[in-house]
Design a protein around this ligand. Structure first.
Ligand code: AMP
Length: 418
């Protein structure tokens, strides 16, 4: 059996992993750590929930710890992430695994006053976790020296693409020294990411793991047909009568998230919104309150659908169905984490039928319809789908389940994992 010790990781890292309670490496860790320790470039097709962060963070720390010490406060490893929340979470990983190595790390993201970040950078750090925009700003102002980077990690590259950051990523890459180790991690590999990988990586080891199997197996999925105007009442009913410990409720727009928080408040339910228009402080405070369990309902746009790892999330509600089916998979992956079970409820109004069909096509299986609620609408009609092969969102293939009929399904039987 592969163990962290057999992978050859340094003692302080092994002690830190034991403190974290990690017993064995996850598949992506077992596959990625050995070549990364050898200094190879790596293309990782893995998404959050697979242990991908430790898969790159441990080798970064190991190499920095065992190789020559930093000179004049030079930054030696750079990790780029698409969102501030993910950056904070990745840095938290470096903090957890790096205690005992005496390596310094920090995070540089937008939305907060840069003064403190500049101060920390001036004192010198080994590892910098950053979002591209703020990094380029600080680099342009002469506060960041990228000329000593030995290891570069591009995390959630497809998300960078979705958010329009690839141009900034290329700008950062152009400022790095040519001699370095590179890692690109992405949940999916659309063409532009493959192109970027060709530019970035030299003779990379390729590692691909099945992300959803362990997570969605533990998720009970269902869809409720409802009129748009009844959605908020349905949500209040579910929150008041259901067994929700903590829920993330996804809306399509920032405005919709704010409006829903107000409506829930009027119904006597405390919720907070987290989205791109909120100040970084408000986002951090809401996420901390949610993480500590003080807040039970977080209303979010897709800014948190990836990468945010909160263990106690019992429910994910898709208040609005996403128009991009892959977002659905990322959203529901916020529950059923760390070996727990989770429930996800999607609201589908008559205008969202096509979104539901796209999601089911991606999953390769229908989502069971739950009609057992006061706001069920017969106006939501889902035409019988033609049997189709599931599109693979970056994982191993499973046989598709054929659907012979339309949507006269009911109940909330557990679907097979998508
Ligand atoms: P990630 O895919 O990096 O977002 O990690 C998902 C979750 O798995 C995080 O909560 C990690 O702390 C946890 N994790 C990572 N590696 C291991 C491991 N080897 N054993 C147990 N949990 C792990």
């Amino acid at each position: 059996m592969t163990t962290f010790a057999s992978l050859g990781l340094a003692e302080p890292l092994l002690r830190a992993l034991a403190r974290c309670g990690y017993e064995t490496p996850t598949p992506v860790q077992a596959l990625a750590i050995p070549p990364l320790l050898e200094g190879r470039d790596l293309l990782g097709c893995a998404q959050t929930g697979t242990g991908k962060t430790a898969a790159f963070a441990l080798p970064v720390l190991h190499r920095l710890f065992t190789e020559t010490p930093r000179r004049n406060g030079a930054i030696r490893a750079l990790v780029l992430t698409p969102t501030r929340e993910l950056a904070a979470q990745v840095e938290q990983n470096f903090q957890s695994y790096g205690t005992g190595t005496r390596l310094a790390h920090t995070v540089v993201t937008g939305g907060v006053n840069p003064r403190r970040q500049i101060e920390v950078l001036r004192n010198g750090v080994d590892v910098l976790v950053a979002c591209p925009g703020r990094l380029l700003d600080l680099h342009g102002q002469g506060h960041v020296d990228l000329s000593h980077i030995e290891q570069f990690v591009l995390d959630e590259a497809d998300r960078m693409l979705d958010m329009g950051f690839v141009h900034d990523v290329r700008k950062v890459m152009a400022r790095l020294p040519s001699q370095r180790q590179n890692v690109l991690v992405s949940a999916t590999l659309p063409k532009p990411i493959v192109k970027l990988a060709h530019e970035l990586l030299t003779d990379p080891v390729e590692v691909s793991v099945s992300p959803e199997a362990p997570t969605t197996d533990a998720i009970d999925q269902r869809v409720m047909f409802v009129e748009k105007s009844d959605k908020r009442r349905l949500l209040s009913d579910i929150i008041k009568t259901g067994d929700i410990d903590q829920a993330i409720v996804f809306t399509r727009t920032k405005h919709g998230a704010n409006r829903l928080v107000k409506q829930l408040d009027q119904a006597g339910i405390e919720a907070r919104a987290i989205h791109g228009n909120k100040s970084q402080n408000a986002r951090t405070r809401a996420l901390e309150a949610f993480r500590s369990g003080e807040l039970s309902i977080l209303v979010a746009t897709d800014v948190v659908s990836r990468g945010i790892d909160v263990e106690g999330v019992s429910h994910v509600v898709n208040f609005d169905l996403p128009n991009d089916p892959e977002s659905y998979v990322h959203r529901i992956g916020r529950t059923g984490r760390a070996g727990r079970t989770g429930t996800t409820i999607a609201f589908c109004d008559p205008s969202e039928v096509e979104y539901l069909q796209n999601i089911e096509r991606l999953l390769g299986a229908p989502v069971p319809v739950d009609r057992d609620h006061a706001w069920h609408s017969d106006n939501v009609v889902v035409p019988a789908a033609k049997p189709s092969r599931p599109k693979n969102p970056g994982r191993s293939r499973r046989p598709s389940r054929r659907r012979s009929r339309g949507r006269r399904r009911s109940g909330a039987s557990k679907p097979s994992a998508p």
